[in-house]
Design a protein around this ligand. Structure first.
Ligand code: GDP
Length: 464
């Protein structure tokens, strides 16, 4: 929990470890510029001009030099948090940055100065109207993006593309609501209202706008979350070869998803910028080893939550008893693609025989070695994911946003049904519009509970 939103806070803002430079950042809460000046004098030996990069020594309590670097002062309200902010950019060593941080804390110049909680700088930016909630979430999404496309998408949300689309929709909705509410005050005019004001037409336009936003947001959420894909099959059918073939040259800029690298159960590749978190079932064997068993239990957990299962077979052998056992162990309800691998080793006639064997499951015939069929597999994966090509303008979105958009959509649909049935129920029509607006407002954070804010910002890294 956050103690108070007005305390002065401090954190090392750069990532742990060694780097060229490292940044200690302070946000001064409600404190006035004189306090900032006193700290600058003590730690930098001089007062810094706002928004000028000044090369200064960083001083310890005795006036000895801890480091030299750039001091940057952003005077309120022109800062990331909207409060007075001081950035001390020193050399990026963990110890020297700790010394600098401790120096600021121990100087006893900034009353109540404490270490920042995760995401607390960004939370303040939100509370001080520097960012809306969707933009604040985009900050974390940008930092956590696991593919280039996801990062670009988060950048667009941070820039306000998503928020502006929502605001535009809300403005149009408010305009319609004003019309409706005004008519409610003159009941004798209700009957004509829906016709005269073209309320139905306006509502249809709103619904169209919303569905466009939903579609972009769904794509954005897909880019952000990616798909969890389970790779199953007997030893030697070509699972690792397939992973390599799928990853191609794109593997280089992909980072593994958090929490799974330790177990080595998942590896992330990407298709068209969508992260695919691949869970390899190769390690799923009976074992007495405690640690290994814990890893296997986690793998099963991941399998249960998978979006897609790829079941790999040797095309020359086909579906065996062992494959039946594998298939039986996979969770029900998850889409399965059966992959017949090594078709480069098949005689023509055998290939035809296999192709006619197709069952209810999706089947792709491919060769991890020659690359034949890999594009077909990519296309199938994208189709199951619901990816639409040509959506360069999508913005990052989260499950929370999708839920709010769906709820808003439901209310607009209800309103449309009211309008279609009769004109008498204008108050119900108005109420549905109001509820739709409330849902949209939760996305940008106009009305948001403290609990939700705590939940969102606690997932940030410290110093952000
Ligand atoms: P895994 O145990 O399922 O991960 O299988 P591997 O990817 O290690 O492949 C087992 C063997 O099959 C290796 O020698 C691969 O080179 C070979 N292999 C995999 N896919 C193909 C393919 O499509 N065609 C051919 N000819 N060989 C393949």
């Amino acid at each position: 929990m956050f103690t108070t939103h007005q305390d002065p806070i401090i954190a090392i803002a750069t990532a742990p470890g060694r780097g060229g430079i490292g940044v200690v950042r302070l946000s001064f809460g409600k404190l006035v510029a004189e306090v900032v000046a006193r700290l600058m004098l003590a730690v930098c030996g001089q007062e810094l001009l706002p928004r000028y990069a000044t090369y200064v020594p960083f001083l310890d309590a005795q006036g000895g030099i801890l480091d030299r670097g750039i001091g940057l002062y952003f005077a309120a309200p022109h800062s990331y948090t909207g409060e007075h902010v001081l950035e001390l950019q020193g050399h990026g060593g963990p110890i020297v940055l700790q010394l600098l941080l401790q120096r600021c804390l121990a100087a006893n110049i900034v009353p109540g100065l404490r270490l920042a909680e995760p995401g607390e700088f960004t939370r303040r930016a939100f509370l001080n109207d520097k960012l809306d909630l969707a933009q604040a979430e985009a900050v974390a999404d940008l930092i956590e993006a696991s593919t280039e496309a996801a990062a670009r998408c988060a950048g667009r949300s941070l820039d306000g593309v998503f928020s502006r689309a929502i605001q535009q929709l809300v403005e149009d909705l408010i305009r319609l609501r004003m019309l409706v509410e005004a008519t409610l005050d003159f009941p004798e005019e209700e009957i004509d209202f829906l016709e005269a004001a073209d309320a139905r037409g306006k509502l249809a336009t709103l619904r169209h706008e919303l569905s466009q936003i939903q579609s972009d947001a769904r794509q954005g959420a897909l880019l952000r979350e990616g798909l969890s894909v389970v790779l199953a099959g007997q030893p030697n059918v070509g699972k690792s070869s397939l992973l390599n073939a799928l990853a191609g040259a794109e593997l280089a800029i992909v980072t593994p998803i958090a929490g799974t690298t330790r177990d080595k159960i998942a590896q992330t590749i990407q298709i068209e910028g969508i992260p695919l978190h691949i869970v390899d079932t190769a390690g799923l064997r009976e074992t007495e080893d405690e640690v290994e068993r814990a890893g296997i239990a986690r793998t099963w957990q991941a399998i249960k939550q998978a979006d897609i299962v790829l079941h790999l077979l040797d095309a020359r052998i086909g579906f065996t008893h062992e494959d039946a056992a594998i298939a039986a162990s996979l969770p029900a309800g998850v889409p399965i693609i059966q992959l017949h691998n090594k078709i480069d080793l098949l005689a023509e006639s055998a290939a035809v025989a296999l192709a006619t064997e197709a069952k209810a499951v999706r089947t792709v015939r491919l060769s991890a070695k020659s690359g034949a069929g890999i594009d077909d597999l990519r296309a199938q994966l994208l189709e199951i994911a619901g990816w639409q090509v040509g959506t360069e303008s999508v913005y990052s979105a989260r499950e929370r946003h999708l839920i709010a958009l769906r709820a808003a959509n439901r209310h607009l649909l209800n309103a449309a049904e009211q309008a279609a049935q009769n004109a008498q129920a204008l108050d119900l029509f108005a109420e549905e519009l109001r509820l739709a607006q409330l849902q949209l407002n939760t996305i940008t954070g106009e009305f948001t509970s403290d609990d939700l804010l705590g939940e969102i910002f606690s997932r940030f890294c410290i110093g952000k």
